[in-house]
Design a protein around this ligand. Structure first.
Ligand code: ADP
Ligand code: MG
Length: 219
């Protein structure tokens, strides 16, 4: 389960001004559940997901994942936990340009301690319409194709917590529907938790739970 209470994350804007990127009173998700996080651009969705992955530490408040208090963890501890527990579909895929698509995926699997993942990777690539793409260099892929590879790179880790940040933002309607169906299918079959930031109402409607962020303004 995930429990977040009284979360605040501020950033300095370099001019000694604090920017409040995230403010949230309470969020709870049971184990094995899925939830869409919605809200306009700038409302703190990405910052929230980063806090849930232990990539960012909240300025105030607590985040629990099962019995682990993420907000108290040291950066290194969080990185070790994240490697085996979290799959993250980033808004910008950032695939490594000096590795092929397949190598990007298999590296992600290995970092999570998963071995012999090639067949599974091929199966997922085919499911997102990218069979034959394994040997390509990611720089030759469109942003939408990279987003789909990014999904495969996340699920190949067999994560207990799958976080997706606007995973369909560069996809057309058909490919968006295929990817979301696959993502929710994976979530149900594996029993992982899935939290997906989106501002697409069609994507939002597919989730069992919805959580709305309020727009934040500079303070
Ligand atoms: P969303 O994902 O909903 O679009 P974000 O979490 O990316 O929102 O950002 C929320 C707000 O915090 C935005 O106004 C953004 O400009 C600001 N913000 C996010 N990250 C930083 C940062 N590293 N430094 C300064 N401001 C930031
Ligand atoms: Mg965002």
């Amino acid at each position: 389960m995930i429990l977040a209470n009284h979360l605040v994350r501020t950033f300095s804007d370099g001019d000694h001004q604090a920017v409040q990127a995230l403010k949230l009173d309470h969020f709870y998700l049971s184990s094995g559940e899925n939830c869409a996080v919605t809200g306009p651009s700038g409302s703190g969705k990405s910052t929230f997901l980063h806090c849930l992955a232990g990539i960012l530490r909240p300025t105030e408040g607590t985040v629990f994942v099962d019995d682990l208090c993420l907000s108290e963890m040291k950066e290194k501890e969080a990185a070790v936990w994240r490697a085996s527990y979290v799959g993250y579909v980033f808004q910008k895929p950032l695939l490594l340009p000096f590795l092929t698509v397949m190598e990007n995926i298999l590296l992600s699997a290995e970092l999570a301690g998963r071995k012999d993942s090639r067949t599974e990777a091929e199966r997922f690539l085919s499911a997102v319409g990218l069979d034959q793409y394994g040997s390509k260099n990611p720089v030759h892929l469109s942003m939408g194709e990279q987003q789909r590879v990014s999904f495969v790179r996340a699920v190949i880790r067999e994560p207990r917590l799958l976080l997706a940040d606007e995973p369909t933002s560069s996809l057309d309607r058909d490919n968006s529907a295929v990817l979301m169906k696959l993502m929710l299918q994976y979530q149900k079959q594996s029993g992982c938790m899935l939290i997906c930031a989106t501002h697409d109402p069609a994507v939002q409607a597919l989730f069992d739970h919805q959580f709305s962020m309020n727009r934040r303004k500079m303070e």
